[in-house]
Design a protein around this ligand. Structure first.
Ligand code: SME
Length: 151
């Protein structure tokens, strides 16, 4: 599904204030996983700045053991520190990577900023090698802006 259509559907989900923020985030995970063929695992992590750890929030896809990730560790932990998008076209050539599943070939992580603070991120795993383009980044940055607004 083109990102334009997904934005339209996501807008409806975000605007539904009868659902909790967590419920809406879970629906966003489903929308993205179902709408983009190469998004196989979609989830959110949220930062605890006191303990310097990321905590798994709503997600869809295979269950993961990595429900808590220290800042700096793995792709997610690096984004907690760098405040930048991290696009990994091929996870095999990353040293600082936490494998969740043997089927994952690529990953993209985009931070969520609330009032200028990096409060979490969206994390997407793909079973396709090198699937992400700047259009994914632009779309996911938009998703993260909307998430910040309902947090
Ligand atoms: N691969 C991630 C860990 C999270 S799982 O993809 C769900 C990382 O290296 O940070």
């Amino acid at each position: 599904m083109p990102f334009k259509n997904l934005k339209h559907q996501a807008t409806t989900i975000f605007a539904n204030d009868k659902a909790t923020a967590k419920e809406r985030m879970a629906q966003i995970c489903e929308l993205l996983r179902d709408g983009v063929g190469y998004y196989d695992w979609v989830g959110f992590y949220f930062a605890n700045h006191d303990t310097k750890t990321l905590h798994l929030g709503p997600y869809v896809g295979e269950e993961t053991d990595h429900t808590v990730i220290p800042f700096g560790k793995g792709i997610c932990g690096q984004v907690a520190v760098s405040n930048n998008n991290f696009v990994v076209p091929d996870v095999k050539i990353q040293d600082n990577y936490i494998a969740c599943s043997m089927t994952v070939k690529a990953e993209i992580v985009v931070p969520i900023f609330k009032d200028g603070v990096n409060v979490g991120q969206i994390d997407i795993d793909s079973n396709t090698i090198d699937p992400f383009s700047p259009k994914d980044e632009e779309f996911l940055e938009w998703i993260c802006e909307q998430v910040a607004m309902i947090m």
